[in-house]
Write a protein that binds this ligand. Structure first.
Ligand code: ADP
Length: 244
């Protein structure tokens, strides 16, 4: 817990390339050729287990609700850490549609801005049934894409996402991680080299078990480059089985 209470700077957040090179992430036995290895992607995407409010980067994403007036989970943690001015600014934004995103200042948080997005409700707890949303994956992908677009529009270079919709909104973590890893990959490929391109997209998990799910998705959708493998070969130790 002590480790989670200090601020985390960008240099302390391992990229996919660094995870392969230190053998914290081991390559899949068979690599899907539909997702070729890319150094640019492996250097641009990062993964950490931490409280997102401690990240000292350009912006963090909040898994908000449609009112934007605060809630539980990561939303509550962000509002508590930012202080009361955040809800004051949010109250002037007229809410947010599911799949869309809005930006505010970050007040007492170490980052510069907060991007508030609203994920789809996958499982309605009160009615104990699958939510009647026809396209949860489309909406979830839209949360990530719209947040990254907004960050670029504001000249922000580093962005961290919590696992949106996978808490109270009930989206299964494996389905969510599969969709959003692909969405981020696609976004960074499409925007490579453009002015204002993002430098780092960080997946920030809070639950240790979610790390293993992301690790599995990375081996599938972000395979190691020959250079990642060469450096991993030189590093000591047998490596661990994706026990990030
Ligand atoms: P949603 O309503 O979108 O499901 P939740 O806040 O309930 O949002 O959960 C989304 C994810 O955020 C979950 O994986 C939860 O473990 C994670 N989470 C909760 N608190 C934090 C935090 N302080 N930092 C990062 N992630 C967090």
């Amino acid at each position: 817990m002590a480790a989670r209470s200090r601020l985390i700077d960008l240099a302390s957040i391992p990229t996919v390339a660094q995870l392969y090179r230190t053998k914290k992430l081991l390559p899949a036995e068979s690599i899907d050729s539909a997702f070729p290895a890319s150094q640019h992607l492996n250097d641009s995407i990062a993964l950490i287990l931490n409280d997102i409010t401690k990240l000292d980067i350009d912006c963090i994403v909040n898994a908000a609700n449609n009112s934007l007036l605060g809630g539980g989970g990561v939303d509550g943690a962000i509002h508590r850490a930012a202080g009361p001015q955040l809800v004051e600014e949010c109250s002037e934004l007229d809410g947010c549609d599911t799949g869309d995103a809005k930006i505010t200042k970050a007040y007492e948080l170490p980052c510069k801005n907060v991007i508030h997005t609203v994920g789809p409700i996958y499982w309605d707890r009160s009615q104990r049934q699958r939510q009647d949303s026809s396209q949860p994956e489309t909406l979830l992908r839209s949360c990530y894409r719209t947040s990254m677009e907004l960050a670029m529009q504001h000249g922000l270079k580093t962005i961290a996402f919590p696992a949106i919709s996978t808490g109270v909104y009930g989206y299964p973590i494996d389905l969510a991680a599969r969709a959003v890893t692909q969405e981020v990959r696609q976004f960074l490929e499409t925007h490579a080299g453009v002015p204002n391109a993002l430098h780092k997209v960080i997946f920030c998990n809070f639950e240790p078990r979610d790390m293993n799910v992301y690790a599995q998705m990375f081996t599938q959708f972000l395979p190691p480059t020959p250079e990642d493998l060469r450096i991993a070969d030189q590093s000591a130790g047998p490596g661990v089985t994706n026990g990030i």
